[in-house]
Ligand binder design. Structure first.
Ligand code: ADE
Ligand code: ZN
Length: 337
């Protein structure tokens, strides 16, 4: 291991952009398919991995929603969450704010409660097993209707004390944030924080809408913000956290090569950037793989890596005393390594 890789391995960090359904490794997909008697259109783990070649976001989403079919019971969701947390603990993740897509499950007849109970059980177990704290973010699928999002929010109401925020994901182009302005307003009334995927494939205009219409607390991806200098200034002035996902960007052709990934430019522009894995089972790496790939390709040094880790705590939804405790641990790590 290089010095920098060792530094990344032990660096305490939070992960703020990770779809739990996107952490379904092919091995677990096969195990759950067998356990539940669900047919999957693959004969081997190798065949599954070979299918993970995408030319855009929609290509990926088609296979990602298909993979989720094996998730049937509370235990399946718990096992999925635990597999992620075990992997995250190995990457020195001490806090994770994970997305789930309830409509992916309710639309195929799996009750909302089955998914959330299983995920919460996994989150509780991760705290006990690894000391990892976590929060749950409910994402609306933006290719579905506003009405369907409202229905999902209603189903979530009994669980509001265990849901931190709402998010917006799935096919971005043609589904601007404005479509969900009223749902996000209702979520705010219910006391939920707001995040949204914007500027992944969609234009900078969608990021403006996420800020001005959805009143987001955090911006997921946000790459295309760089096309608009006034927007960059606003994001920097407000210290809006961006959850950037380098390997995802590469696999979904948001960037043509890691060698031109804009993470260093984002840092230079004064943006509060964090690094995250997005859908680690599909994009070839967990959070430390993202740190290593970005650092190697863009020449990030230790100070940059500490800034990225610091940003992950500052951008989290943890209370201030917990953020401060994580920052103190981080500074101690940086001073000692
Ligand atoms: N759902 C899972 N991963 C996603 C991504 N990168 N963009 C939009 N929706 C997603
Ligand atoms: Zn995402």
């Amino acid at each position: 291991m290089t010095d920098l890789a060792a530094f990344i391995a032990g660096l305490p960090k939070a992960e703020l952009h990770m779809h739990i359904e996107g952490s379904l490794e092919p091995e677990l997909m096969f195990a759950l398919a067998r356990r539940n008697g669900v047919d999957i259109p693959f004969n081997s783990v190798e065949e599954v991995r070979a299918a993970y070649s995408f030319s855009n976001l929609q290509d990926f989403l088609d296979i990602y929603y298909q993979g989720a079919n094996v998730l049937q019971t509370e235990e399946d969701f718990r096992d999925l969450a635990m597999a992620y947390f075990d992997r995250a603990a190995a990457d020195s993740v001490v806090h994770a704010e994970i997305f789930f897509d309830p409509q992916t499950h309710t639309d195929r007849g799996i009750p909302f409660d089955t998914a959330i109970k299983g995920l919460l059980a996994g989150m509780d177990e991760a705290r006990a097993r690894h000391g990892i704290t976590s929060r749950l973010i409910l994402c609306f699928l933006r290719h579905l209707s506003e009405e369907a999002a409202f229905e999902t929010l209603t189903q979530a109401e009994p669980w509001l004390d265990r849901i931190e925020a709402v998010g917006l994901d799935s096919s971005e182009l043609g589904h601007p944030p404005s479509k969900f302005e009223r749902v996000f307003a209702r979520a705010a009334e219910l006391g939920l924080k707001r995040v949204a995927h914007a500027g992944e494939e969609g234009p900078a205009d969608y990021v403006w809408e996420a800020l001005d219409l959805l009143h987001i607390d955090r911006l997921d991806h946000g790459n295309r913000s760089l096309d608009d200098s006034a927007l960059v200034r606003r994001l920097a002035d407000e210290q809006m956290t961006l959850t950037v996902c380098p390997l995802s960007n590469l696999k979904l052709c948001v960037v043509p090569s890691m060698d031109v990934h804009p993470v260093d430019r984002m840092l230079r522009e004064g943006l509060r950037v964090t690094l995250n894995s997005d859908d680690p089972a599909y994009f070839g790496g967990y959070v430390n793989d993202n740190f290593r790939a970005a650092a190697e390709a863009r020449g990030l040094g230790r100070d940059d890596l500490v800034t990225l880790a610091r940003n992950s705590f500052l951008g989290s939804f943890l209370p201030k005393d917990e953020v401060d405790a994580h920052l103190a641990n981080l500074e101690a790590y940086a001073a000692a390594n």
